[in-house]
Ligand binder design. Sequence first.
Ligand code: MOS
Length: 731
Amino acid sequence: MSPQPQAAVGAPLSRVDGRAKVTGRALYAAEHEVDGAVHAVIVDASIGRGRITSIDTRDAEAHRGVLRVIHHGNAPRLPYRDNSGSNNPSGRRLRVFQDDRVLFHGQPVAVVVASTLEAAQHGASLVRVEYDAERPSTDLAEGEPGEPTNYARGDVEAGLRDAAVRLDLTYHLARNHHNPMEPHATIARWDGNRLTVWDKTQWVMGTRDELAAVFGLPAESVRVISPFVGGGFGSGLRCWPHVPIAALAARETGRPVKLVLSRKQMYFGVGFRPSYEYRLRLGADRRGRLVAMDHEMDHETSSYETFVEGVMDPGRMLYSTPNVRQAYRTVPLDVSTPIWMRGPGPATASYVIESALDELANELGIDPIELRRRNEPAEDESSGLPWSTRRLRECYTVGAREFGWDRRPTRPRSRREGDWLIGMGMAAGVYHTARMPAEARVRLDIDGTAVVETASSDMGPGTYTSHTQVAADALGLTMRAVTFRLGDSLYPQTGPHGGSMTMASVGSAVLDGCNRVRRQAIELAVEDEESPLYGVAAEDVVVRSGRLHVRNDPARGETYQRLLTRNNRSRIEARGSYTGPSSPERHSFHAYNATFAEVAVDATLGLVRVRRILGVYDAGRIISPKLADSQAIGGMVGGIGQALLEHTVTDHRDGRIANASLADYLVPVNADVPDLRAIYLEGEDMEADPLGVKGLGEVVMVGVAPAIANAVFNATGRRVRDLPITAEALI
Ligand code: MOS
């Protein structure tokens, strides 16, 4: 078939759902109107570990409006079938109200259902729970690590011995919470044995399958609806305990139930980026070429599930290193289970590696960019595979030029403006290009409009818009003529909306479905004696604004509408699919960036102000430049948070999270966010997927924190290896 003109893809369009969002017509999970819905509020454990000895619900039940209090003493036993194909980590997932054990501070111990939210909240405060409390273990430094996952190539000890320069550095990274604008929320309704939930989730199919497993239902009996998600950053990648609690409460009361987590409950009711201790020993020759890297990575997980993330990849493939060893361990603690948070493992690994490279550059007196250039690998040394595309060198060149890297003070603590010490830093970022099988349903109607449906989510990156762009061009329609629907488990299946997989995976399924529909229409036309396109070779026909015509003769053609009407076809339909990457892969697929930061640090007070950040991205084709900018800017803001502010603090005496609120857990606000700029290298990666995209949402966060940390060193001469970098550490 003839390649379609690309009118929408690559154009800086605004969100197709923007108006719905700003006028409030876009409904988020808790906003759906479900007739007869009542309210549920969870009672959280007030100990960090132990047993419930008694629950007194009399006062709560006597409160006006309270319908039911459910806890382990009266809840039915639930099937909790195995669901290991999901995003559930290995282990034994938390089973709500199935026994008297308390595994972490804040664990749900009861739920109060009432006719109003206020009655449910007050009722929850009246439930009296007695415990047999034990001292929890919540401190990563004191936990007992599990068996390591190991990787090795070459001989690290010999490499370190022979190296001209050696560094042995230990980094501590704080626990971070996602804190999306929209709290997690669920409305559950039973119709006989069928369960419908409106849920905040990044994966309607995953939530469907987990609810089916918990309640022992066939998957077809559960429907999950989630058309809008107000931010996720990974917190919606699995079905957390409050979702089955809402469903259980609905079943026990015979009423639809709405359950919204409080801001406080968002700190133990859903996951978090685990805290890490990361030791890196590295050796290099005098010219800065890496000889050996030895990584020891420990992070927290819960006592009941082993969460693991892809933290090992950057250390194996980002730089040419003959001798590499990695040991990755999880440390079970009396905490709830962590989950991926934006940029996940690579953001952590890159913080360490990029900070350490900055130390090496400083030690050797080599420019940090030059040092990285000297360690640029010819292939992926962890797999021996060639790169699909890797344009990190160009990222450095463009970034250095656009940022004004030549104005960087070469000596630390050498530039001062009044009270402020000024510094510049840079870092590289990398994120693997992941893809998942996906399907889409495409329908072209007789009026020349189309509907595309997939079960994907849109947590904010603009899936509605970018996929409408792909569909519009593939069908040859205007943006307005295409309606894109997502967020319903009745739609064709997709994998989780995360890991920067959606554009490549769902987008490729959409492209395939739209191509199939267009092909059917073209074939119909060229075989139709009454069509002006009769007898034309199908590969010479393109479609533009709903009109099929000969590529080199735009006057010869007709509209979809005419074609379908004359042929008595009310619609043309097709199912599009994307089967995922080839197995085994023939290339190493990654998106890259070079990130540059300038900071000012108050010499007396230690305050760090980020002055500007520039990210240059090698992410393949950019489908939607305006939304890409929103992603990049969001990633940079996330990186400012990770570098300077975000820190979930646990009181190790009882496992309580001490700053479980947006007043006490610091995130960047407008005044913390300076001039941010994103540049995308033009091009595509056609080995990666049919759209040529490499994923953007994760890589934009990777590299930001180390660029800031390296700028802080350049400004102050002080190397802080723990995140977040606080004023206390700099005075
Ligand atoms: Mo992303 S951490 O997979 O939402």
